[in-house]
Every structure is written in structure tokens, then in C-alpha cells.
Design a protein. Structure first.
Length: 648
């Protein structure tokens, strides 16, 4: 970004604010660094901003009690009150990137690289981009140019919004009878989002109304469907429909897509110029292969296939798995079950997420989000930083760091110390649990569990909860038996055992130029793509969250999906601008990208010999994680590099 940035307040943020009592409450409750940024947005008084620098700290103390001296905090609140209520409302500011960068740095207590400013500016929602179809001089997609989107979850809905804004005719194929994807399907007890939703949401639809910082699944689902309704997405959706096959027609330069009605099984073929895969990565679940599981006579439900009408109250419940889903289910189940036995196969690092301790978003803070201009954008920036790229150094191995067995870099070590301190403090009365729970691999080697008071670790200590670390040997009609011969009689088994990620296409068949078969090319473990989005020989076929594009160092799936949708529409625009029919990456670009991914991956924690996770294929190759920062990935997906593309 080398031009001045004009920042436009949302329409709900009109100055002057006339509800003085509401504003006072908001200023008292709102996040102080974010308020400082609002003040600085209007005044650009960098000296004043920098006077707060000694008191604003970096990651892992992000939500620690405010250390800004009360007199300074009061001064800031008073200044803001005057600014926001004065009859001659201040003009909408224009910020130059360097001022913005310095402000951001003070706000999060860390230096911000100049290269990050454009991505932060875009993704924080400071300025709504002009819909593509309103851009002067942009060629209009020709009649009959049709995009078929597979999946109506978080990605499919955003794709619909952006395709519409770009003037493309599109259809979303959704297997369920409602939009929302993961958030529609996952209904297990306690289902919710680990990433604060003030960030885990669309940059083009910031929501000041989240009831908590980590909303439950239903609230996320309502957000997604309300966005879909606002933008009129539903009329483009074919519900209850599966895609079985997509086949490129070389002669017609179109995809022939075989669709199947989920209820009747009837199939039909539709034609599309482009196909966008938005069917999610964590989508295919199945019962794990545990001997005797099918002989169990009691209640048996997988997290992703949960029937919420089934009550576990008063029952003896087994929970298999200790990943992110289990850590949400466990506390909810333990509240009502007579007994809960948690079966742990391997240890997961648990990290304190202090903001969860005050999870309800107060009315004062909602007032700030709704009415104080730019507060919700600055707050989003803060959340992004502490849950997004600010965490990248944690997962990158520092060759100079001495003992990689324990940790891989100074910041990884700091995160370990922070997590360890939390676990030890929380479990101080239960040394038996400490021994069972503290992992022997560096933190972030697999996905961490976020915790808070009353959460996962506290649940482990409840009198009705047992943590079993002996491996399961087999399951009988009414019991789970461990290798050591311990028999747990249970009424219900809750399976939080994750998803099948390989083979990456699942049952979907994709045939490109000359009938080449993507599933065969990838085999079980070799899914690769260019930027995680395209592959040579598969023209106009676009993946989202495809190979090596998941932001596993941090939160930010929302950012990646927006970046990929942007890239895809830019690629479609290249076809239109060239008057062509098809676009695909060159083999060189594809090979080069995969070489870069492989090189970078060697430096990442997921390549640590002790790190085992679902990111790895059976051959130990990480095909899920993007080894680069969100900001870099965002930058590279602004538009396709012409030299990397063939338009025909
Ligand atoms: P997961 O991370 O794959 O965890 C599965 C758990 O089941 C692991 O503890 C695994 O042990 C265990 N397991 C698997 N098969 C087993 C078997 N046969 N016997 C015993 N234990 C077995 O799955 P998940 O918890 O559903 O989470 C998947 C992903 O969904 C997360 O990483 C996250 O990306 C996403 N998620 C997000 C949220 C959110 O808040 N946004 C919430 C839930 C999930 P091992 O560790 O030994 O493999």
C-alpha cells in the first residue's frame, strides 16, 4: 500500500455520539489499546500514542490486566469522549501507511513490518472494497460464463457474495438442506469456535453483536445464514445435492459436472465454465476402526454426526479423543453425565485463552463495537495479531536455538513456558493428571487446545471424570476395555476422533485435460496444488483450503478463504479480459510453489520428529498446513502472476 488510506466509518457510527451515558460505559469497558487507536485514527498524534508504548505488551500477555496507569487511561477516555461528542464532528481521517504501521505497533506492543500494513488494512475491514462490477473499465463476464461452487459453508457463502459482486453467474451445490457447512453439521455438546469471532468472521461483514468472544456453534451458524440472506445467496443454491464427478470437456472448454440428488439418488449433468471446490477439509468423518465398536449396544455418536436430541444426563459416558472437539464436548458432557471417562491416545498442549474467562461481551463493549467509529476494526486487528500471524515465530524452527527436543525457538519456548505454567497452576492439586497431560513434544507440534476456568482441565478434575491413558484394546456391547485389561462399563460413547483428510478429494472424481484423473495423480497422500488453489491440466478448477493452504500456525481460516476467493475471481477476470476460455497454472509455477512449500516446511514445527498430527499423510508429509504467514499468503493471492498462468 503506497497511497494514503481513507478510512470510512460504518453507517452505525455517526458522530457526534449523543448517548453520553452509553458512551461513558463503553469507554470504561472497551479494550484500551483499541480505544487508543480510535483516538489516534482521528488525531494522528503519534507522540501521544507512543506515550502508551511502555505499558502495552506483546503476545501471551495480550489480555493480561491492563497495566496502563489509571491516570493515563482516564485521560484517554476523556479525550475520546470529547472527540466523539463534540458538535463539530471530526472529519473522516486519512492515514498514511507509515503512521498506520506505527500505531499498530504500539497497539500490540510489537514492531510491525511495513509489508504487513496492506493486509492488515484490508482484513481488518477498515475500508469496504468497491464491488468489482462497479470498477470502471472492467470487462463484464460474458453471458453463459457460469461458476459452480461445491459447498455452501463459510467459504461457499463468501464465494457467493464475491462472485455476485463481480457479476458472475454462479450456483452453489450443497449436500445439506441448509447453508453453514461445519457450523450447520456440528451440533455436539459445547460446540463453538475457538477463535474469537470478532476475527473469525468475514472482513466484509464485521458483526458488533457477538454475544461472547467465542460463540457457540448456533450463533456462528446464524451469522453465516444471515450473511447469506443479506446478500441473497439462497436463490443460487441447489440444496440436497452432491457432486459426484467433474469432467473437463476439452472441445467445449467447460466442466461437465455430475450431480446427485441426496434423497432420490437421481443424477444429472450440469455445465459450468469454472468449478470452485469449497467443500471443507474437516468434512468427512467416520467411526474409527476400534475393534468391537460396531458391537456396542448403547448410544454411539461422532462429534460431527451428533444428534442433540439424545440426552446423556445421568449416563455413564466414554469420550474417545482429546482434540479440539473433545475439549469442547468434555466440559459440556461432564455437567450432566453421571460419569465421564476420557480416553486419551496422545497428549495435546493446552493453552490458556484468558479472554474466555470474561466470555460475555458486555453491553458497553457492544456499544463501542456498534457506535464508536473504527473501534470494531481496531479490535479485530488486535485479535488477528494475537491469534494470527503474531504466533508465526512459534512454529518456525530457529537453527540457533539449542534444544529442539523441548522447544524450537525463543517464542516457542515462551509459549511452552506460558502453557506449562497454566497447566501446572490449574492442576496443582492433581499431580497424577499433570503427568498424564504434559506433552513431550514442542508446543504447536499439533493443534493446541484452548482452555479457560471451568474448561477442559477443570473438567478433568471433577469427581465424576476419569482420564484414562491406557490404549483402548476393544469395545464390547456395554464396555470399553483397555490394553491393560481395565473394563469401563458405559451407556454411551462420544467419539471425538476427528476426520478423514486423505485421500484429499474423498469420493469426488475430477478429470482434467485429456481425461487426466486428479485423484489418481494425487494417490492417497500426494495432494499438491499451486498456491493450494489450482493445478496444471485442470483448467478453471479452483480449490479453497486446498493442499498446504491451511493456516495451522494460528487462527485465520477466514482470511485464507477470502484471499483464495479473491485470487479465483482475479483468475476468472483474466480469462474474461483475454477473451479466452480457460486458465491454469504453468507446470513450472506449480513445481516451483511446491518446492518452496517443501523447503519452508522443513523449518516448521510440523516437521519435528516428535510432532504427529492429522496434518501429516501416512508417509509423514504435511499436505495440510501453509508454512508461510497469513500476510505473505494474502499478498501472493492478490492476483495471479501472469507469468505463472496460461490463459487459452
Ligand atoms: P482431531 O484434532 O483429529 O482429534 C481427534 C482425537 O481423537 C485425537 O485426540 C486423536 O488422538 C483421537 N483419536 C483418533 N482416532 C482414535 C482412535 N482410533 N482411538 C483413540 N483415539 C483416537 O479432531 P477434532 O478434535 O474433531 O478436531 C479437528 C479439527 O477441527 C481441529 O484441529 C480444528 O481445526 C477443528 N475444530 C475447531 C474448533 C473451533 O473451535 N474452531 C472446534 C473443534 C474442532 P491422537 O492425537 O493420538 O491422534
Amino acid at each position: 500500500m503506497n497511497k494514503l488510506a481513507k478510512i470510512t466509518a460504518a453507517s452505525s457510527c455517526q458522530l457526534p455520539i449523543t448517548d453520553h451515558a452509553g458512551l461513558r460505559t463503553a469507554l470504561a469497558e472497551a479494550n484500551l489499546p483499541s480505544l487508543l487507536m480510535v483516538y489516534a485514527t482521528y488525531t494522528q498524534d503519534l507522540d501521544y500514542v507512543k506515550s502508551f508504548a511502555p505499558y502495552l505488551t506483546g503476545a501471551y500477555t495480550a489480555s493480561a490486566p491492563n497495566t496502563v496507569p489509571e491516570a493515563m487511561a482516564k485521560d484517554l477516555r476523556d479525550r475520546l469522549f470529547d472527540l466523539l461528542t463534540r458538535p463539530d464532528a471530526p472529519a473522516e481521517p486519512v492515514l498514511d501507511p507509515e503512521t498506520l504501521r506505527q500505531m499498530m505497533g504500539v497497539s500490540v506492543g510489537e514492531d510491525i513490518a511495513p509489508s504487513l500494513v496492506p493486509v492488515l488494512y484490508d482484513q481488518m475491514g477498515f475500508e469496504q472494497p468497491v464491488p468489482r462490477k462497479e470498477l470502471p473499465g472492467r470487462p463484464t463476464p460474458p453471458a453463459g460464463f457460469k461458476v459452480l461452487v461445491i459447498g455452501g459453508g463459510m467459504t461457499g457463502i463468501a464465494a457467493g457474495v464475491k462472485l455476485e459482486e463481480a457479476g458472475y453467474d454462479y450456483t452453489i451445490i450443497e449436500k445439506n438442506d441448509e447453508l453453514g457447512g461445519t457450523w450447520y453439521e456440528n451440533r455436539y455438546p459445547g460446540v463453538g469456535v475457538d477463535t474469537p469471532s470478532h476475527f473469525y468472521s468475514y472482513s466484509f461483514e464485521l458483526n458488533p453483536e457477538w454475544s461472547t468472544y467465542h460463540p457457540k456453534g448456533g450463533e456462528v451458524q446464524n451469522y453465516l445464514t444471515s450473511v447469506a440472506d443479506k446478500y441473497g445467496i439462497r436463490r443460487h443454491v441447489q440444496f440436497g445435492t452432491m457432486v459426484d464427478e467433474a469432467r473437463w470437456d476439452d472441445a467445449g472448454n467447460v466442466w461437465k459436472v455430475t450431480l446427485r440428488d441426496v434423497k432420490t439418488g437421481a443424477t444429472r449433468v450440469e455445465t459450468a465454465t469454472a468449478v470452485m471446490l469449497a467443500h471443507g477439509v474437516l468434512n468427512r468423518w467416520s467411526m474409527p476402526k476400534i475393534a468391537g465398536l460396531d458391537t456396542f449396544k448403547g448410544i454411539k455418536m461422532h462429534s460431527a454426526g451428533w444428534d442433540p436430541s439424545v440426552s446423556l444426563a445421568g449416563k455413564r459416558v466414554a469420550l474417545i479423543g482429546t482434540g479440539a472437539s473433545a475439549a469442547q464436548m468434555g466440559p459440556a458432557i461432564a455437567k450432566e453425565a453421571a460419569e465421564l471417562t476420557i480416553f486419551q491416545r496422545s497428549k495435546h498442549w493446552v493453552l490458556n485463552a484468558p479472554e474466555r474467562n470474561a466470555d460475555t461481551v458486555s453491553e458497553g463493549i457492544k456499544f463501542a463495537l456498534r457506535h464508536i467509529p473504527h473501534y470494531k476494526e481496531w479490535y479485530r486487528f488486535r485479535v488477528y495479531w494475537f491469534t494470527g500471524d503474531g504466533l508465526y515465530p512459534n512454529v518456525r524452527m530457529d537453527p540457533d536455538w539449542p534444544n529442539h527436543d523441548v522447544s524450537i525457538s525463543p517464542s516457542n519456548d515462551a509459549a511452552r513456558t506460558y502453557a506449562l505454567g497454566y497447566i501446572q497452576e490449574r492442576l496443582k492439586t492433581r499431580p497424577d493428571l499433570l503427568e498424564k497431560l504434559i506433552p513431550d513434544y514442542p508446543i504447536f507440534g499439533k493443534r493446541i487446545i484452548l482452555d479457560q476456568e471451568g474448561g477442559w482441565l477443570d473438567t478433568m478434575m471433577k469427581p465424576n471424570v476419569t482420564l484414562e491413558t491406557d490404549a483402548i484394546d476393544h469395545i464390547e456391547a456395554d464396555a470399553i476395555v483397555t490394553k491393560g485389561g481395565k473394563r469401563y462399563e458405559v451407556d454411551a460413547i462420544a467419539l471425538a476422533t476427528g476426520f478423514e483428510l486423505t485421500p484429499a478429494l474423498g469420493p469426488l472424481k475430477v478429470y482434467g485435460r485429456g481425461g487426466c484423473d486428479l485423484a489418481a495423480a494425487w494417490g492417497h497422500d500426494e495432494a499438491r496444488a499451486y498456491l493450494g488453489v489450482m493445478a496444471p491440466e485442470y483448467p478453471n478448477f479452483f480449490m479453497t483450503l486446498g493442499p498446504n493452504s491451511a493456516p495451522n500456525h494460528a487462527a485465520g481460516v477466514n482470511m485464507v478463504l477470502e484471499a483464495q476467493i479473491n485470487f479465483i475471481i482475479e483468475a476468472l477476470d483474466m480469462i474474461v479480459a483475454a477473451g479466452g476460455h480457460a486458465i491454469e497454472p504453468t507446470m513450472d509455477a506449480y513445481l516451483d510453489w511446491n518446492r518452496r512449500v517443501e523447503e519452508q516446511m522443513k523449518q516448521m514445527i510440523w516437521s519435528h520428529p516428535k510432532a504427529k498430527s492429522y496434518y501429516l499423510t501416512s508417509t509423514g508429509r504435511n499436505f495440510v498446513s501453509c508454512p508461510f504467514t497469513l500476510a505473505d499468503y494474502w499478498t501472493w493471492t492478490r492476483r495471479p502472476d501472469k507469468s505463472a498462468m496460461v490463459v487459452s
